[in-house]
Design a protein around this ligand. Sequence first.
Ligand code: S3P
Length: 443
Amino acid sequence: MNAPAATPLSASRSPALRGRVRVPGDKSISHRALIISAMTVGETRIDGLLEGEDVINTAKAMRALGAQVERTGAGSWRVHGVGVGGFAEPSAPLDFGNSGTGCRLVIGAVAGCPIVAGFDGDASLRSRPMQRVLDPLLRIGARVLEIAEHGRLPLRLQGALDPLPIEYRPPAASAQLKSAVLLAGLAAPGETTVVENEATRDHTEKLLAHFGAELTVTPEGQHGRRITLKGRPELKPQPVVVPADPSSAAFPMVAALVVPGSELILEAVMTNPLRTGLFKTLIEMGADIETLSVRNDGEEVAELRVRASSLRGVEVPPERAPAMIDEYLILAVAASFATGTTRMRGLKELRVKESDRLEATAAMLRANGVEVEIIDDDLIVHGTGRVKGGGVVATHMDHRIAMSALVMGLASDTPVGVDDTAFIATSFPGFVEMMQGLGAEIG
Ligand code: S3P
């Protein structure tokens, strides 16, 4: 895949941000809706699908595996599935671009089918660990035919000829690992069980149940869950409406909190408690975030009003990490504008995201005059209520670094530059235009 051309941008101190916006569809649910509907028998309609590059690559992978996937309008897609275990052998390696989620979930789905498939991605994805997702899939019966050094992409996988049900305890709190095993387990007879010490986002479980799979979920220990899936279900098509992505809503939300005088309404934001650690933390910091209305469409969805607020530093406990794993970058921006110290504990998993986000967050803050420390796996931000700015932030092919740095520039004393904003399109197409529409000075 060709790397997109670098698009540098800079953000400057902006007037109050005002308006009502709906951020794009949830990335996690969009990937899963495509993958699981491709494993049904019949046709599923998906509305509100995120049409970012990551999800489009998953749609292409489903097509290459034999499903019919068709865009019928903005955010509206139809998927004609091939049934559990029915994927066809793709003629070329599947290219997931920048997306760890797309790649790891499809590795799981393919591992339960008797086919050979190649998996690849861009330079960022090629640097991310794949071995830990392969380990349980080998127990299910898949075989790795080829893999790059250190368990990285590109790789070629022979799916299980005779998949076995397993009980699996992920070595890290990762919804991707859990989901890969559950998707592979669909093709195995008997019961596949995943035991999580810390509960992670449960969209795979919810969507599998929505499409007719039998699952039981029970609490495990203080923060965990035991998920048992009955194998070889016939998954039946069901309509899916994808709610707005809380991980994307995080950027205009923090922008409105730190730009004085701002007031924003965020529409239809998913507020699944396994995704809203950031909202909770911001409220603890003193953020004025009000829930105006709530409904439940399979996932809880809320309309939120956010007003500029004076924030103060807080301690973020490690057990909250799974519910806000993608939000530490933007939380670090909020913490920079807060007064006092914010200590975010237990961020080991941040080192294996689209970039090493622990180091990249510290570098982003330092480049803009914020005092920051990394001690073991904790990130410590010493906020003074204002940010000098003036730095140029290296994106490292990471969409969330680019968006966080731009938000920082909207309230810092001098502008903040970003070396490349092209990767924003992986998760939040239209981000810059949406922010400009609210009054943000980005250009
Ligand atoms: C995701 C899980 C998280 C998250 C990623 C999306 C998912 O990764 O960082 O952006 O949709 O399952 P891990 O499961 O590796 O923590």
